[in-house]
Design a protein around this ligand. Structure first.
Ligand SMILES: [Zn+2]
Length: 398
């Protein structure tokens, strides 16, 4: 298909696409509360003529467009969003879906209801115009990505695509990977006493403080693509609520950003050795990966480690090159190849051996801020891009 036609086809659907993205933004869907947005996605897929639309036990909405016998391609977008914070601090209310000067405002407009709307409409566009589809297209709208990756974890139990495009914002680039993210919990247990007689106890603040000082100068593995792994202490808690009692236990959360080569069990052991360095016999100390328990809006309980893998496809991987070529032709502009700064559901998809890339509209720098907004032209651009990727990109044989 000649260059301009993808944009023209997308342009013809622009009003409906933008209105759908606006309805999604106007419908709050914090993690575990995506029911209403899920219903909107399901209805839209049905109206757009998807061959099958299912809602799985975790509440993920999965739409199918049947294609030829080639490898099935999944478009992956999450339906939840982070908390909007102080509502009055937004230039336009976070659930208004206001369109001002060509910008759609609101929580989730970039992360990632804009991409979700464009992916849903890409399936509809292909179906309505009977465009070629080398293999099935699976459009997955998942729950509870923010902080947990729960929806995609549950989805992959029953849906196994051969390749995947994650729609997290990429500023129009093709993303080939990101660092991983793991939460570690460092615990030191001592002996609590009346704070007037501290010499009788074993105060765990001190060994934890020495650990923090050592952590600050811990050599981190370097890397040319991601610039290196990193670690940041985030939360700190004690087991006491009285200011005149020394704690029996302190807990420190660490946010670790990993490289593809790093094994998190090894990192935990390394951190535990650092914590135990010179530890007096009065104390016990350990470092483990945080385990979380989630309940989806459908009532399903899921326990998962707070550990999200890194992934990286080589620059010359056929999917990276194929996506760049397809997108630059379809959108008639240069499309760069890059990596994300943040972690996505792509890590757990790639960890199953499924080649995965990212392509999503909007500026990643406004994500999780109180000025999240997206150009409506970027939504139309994304629709053209997704439709071209599904229909035209050469899919390597299984
Ligand atoms: Zn996101």
């Amino acid at each position: 298909m000649p260059v301009t036609q993808w944009s023209a086809l997308a342009q013809a659907d622009a009003d409906a696409l933008i209105a759908f993205a606006q309805r999604l933004v106007q419908t709050p869907s914090l993690p575990g509360h995506e029911e209403e947005v899920a219903r909107l996605v399901e209805q839209e897929m049905c109206q757009l003529g998807y061959d099958a639309v299912t809602v799985d036990p975790a509440g993920n909405v999965v739409g199918w467009i049947r294609g030829d016998a080639g490898p099935p391609l999944m478009f992956n977008a999450h339906m939840d969003h982070v908390d909007p914070g102080d509502l009055s601090s937004w230039p336009h209310p976070p659930y208004s879906g206001a369109i001002v000067d060509g910008m759609l405002w609101g929580r989730g407009s970039v992360d990632m209801k804009g991409a979700l709307a464009a992916m849903v409409y890409a399936g509809g566009l292909i179906q309505r115009h009977h465009l070629p589809l080398p293999g099935d297209l699976i459009v997955a709208a998942v729950v509870m990505e923010e902080g947990g990756g729960v929806g995609t974890h549950e989805l992959l139990r029953h849906v196994r695509p051969a390749l995947c495009v994650v729609g997290e914002s990429s500023a129009g680039c093709v993303m080939r990977g990101h660092r991983g993210r793991t939460e570690f919990l460092a615990r030191v247990v001592g002996r609590p006493v009346h704070a007037s007689m501290p010499e009788l106890g074993a105060n765990p603040h001190y060994p934890m403080a020495r650990f923090l000082a050592r952590l600050e100068t811990l050599p981190m593995e370097a890397d040319a693509v991601f610039t290196g792994a990193s670690v940041a202490p985030t939360l700190y808690r004690t087991d006491q609520s009285s200011p005149n009692v020394t704690p029996g236990e302190v807990r420190l959360t660490l946010d670790w950003r990993s490289l593809p080569s790093q094994r998190m069990e090894q990192v935990a052991a390394q951190l535990e050795a650092l914590l135990r360095e010179g530890l007096a016999a009065d104390f016990q100390a350990e470092v483990c990966i945080v385990q979380n328990r989630y309940v989806t809006y459908t009532g399903r309980t899921v326990e998962l480690p707070a550990s999200f893998p890194s992934f990286l496809l080589p620059m010359d991987h056929w999917l990276v090159q194929g996506a760049q070529r397809t997108l630059s032709q379809a959108l008639d502009r240069a499309v760069a190849i890059d990596v994300w700064r943040f972690a996505t559901d792509g890590g757990q998809i790639a960890a199953l051996g499924i080649p995965t890339i990212g392509f999503g509209p909007g500026d990643p720098k406004v994500v999780h801020t109180n000025h999240e907004h997206i150009a409506v032209t970027a939504l139309v651009d994304a629709l053209a891009g997704y439709a071209a990727l599904a229909s035209e990109m050469v899919r390597a044989p299984l």
